[in-house]
Design a protein around this ligand. Sequence first.
Ligand SMILES: C[S@@+](CC[C@H](N)C(=O)[O-])C[C@H]1O[C@@H](n2cnc3c(N)ncnc32)[C@H](O)[C@@H]1O
Length: 379
Amino acid sequence: MTSSHEPIEVTVEKIAFGGQGIARKDGLVYFIPFSAPGDRLMVRVTDEKKNFRTAEIQEILSPGPERVTPPCPVYGRCGGCNLQHISYEEQLRQKQNLVLEQLKKNLTTDTEILPIVPSPTPFHYRNRIQLKFDGQRLGFYERKSHTIIDLEDCLICDDRLTAQFSDLKKSLSEKKQPAPKVELFLNTENQVESSLSDSGPTEGLGFSQVNQAQNINLTSTLKQWISEDPSEKIYDFYAGAGNFTFPLLDQFRRSTVHSVELSEKSVKDAKRRILEMNLSPKRVQFFCSDVGAFLKRVILQDDSIAILDPPRVGCADQVIHSLAPQNLKKIYYISCNPSTLARDLTLLKNWKIGRLQAFDMFPQTDHIEVLAELVIDSR
Ligand SMILES: C[S@@+](CC[C@H](N)C(=O)[O-])C[C@H]1O[C@@H](n2cnc3c(N)ncnc32)[C@H](O)[C@@H]1O
């Protein structure tokens, strides 16, 4: 048995949920940040738990076949990306495997598993970022710290946002006002919007998908799957400002969409758009409500379709318990966290996954987006 202080040699098998590499030695599992599959490494243990160890790389004895030189000069220091040292093709393979591993208990022999959809651009894809400003430095936090890395560029951000960094820093410094949170957003007219806040939680610019080109792929797949068996009534739960609601209204002219969203700002934006588009309340209604509270007071129409796109924590138990027995045609669950998706699907007892596809919405990071088509389980 090796002492925790001695460096040990390991070979990395694969990437685990969360982005760290996994290696096994003498019956123990090692999680190693910034390692790549196939890496032969000398590592030093940094944390010991009963069943696993966390370790850091001391030396790369031989790199795995898909290890690449990360292009960003602050990679590893910055708290943003954690997969830049792995080729993009390998990131996709690892993410596909991770989704299947996380959902293994929820898959049946009938589940159609489609290949992960690559991001149209693996860099420069983010159209929304939150920066920090401490009076001098503007950028992201360093990994595991509250020190800000002063940034001139960020390789995963859209160039039109990074082009604002130096002017923004100048104007924030001149104002001499604290603004620890600075949000930049590229709107649908390709104009940069910003929101500053000095403390506490803020709705900022509201939720929007960060990778617009990939969001278009996700939305078209959702529309395609629904079009194979449409319904006159669609519920868009956790609707944001209508990212799915409006494309669905456009495609399914005979359907009514009822959308439910908690954020007042997003609901206000959606209602403004409904007015601008002159859409009748017979076609669309937006409700500013918690989804669980909505489901307590509303009985869903038989044979309707429900879309769920909750935050990373997944759906509240109450949401799952009230949806499970309803007479719905299909449920489309869009998840940015396969582990809470797996938990929610286990609770949705009489439903099973008909089709599954992952979308790489967040290249260079361990985050994964998944679309699951759920059908009544008649076994
Ligand atoms: C992952 S986002 C999806 C938004 C939208 N579907 C989109 O694609 O832009 C999750 C949304 O759920 C909203 N939300 C969070 N908790 C909620 C709740 N309990 N009830 C209703 N909406 C909630 C958030 O405000 C956020 O807009």
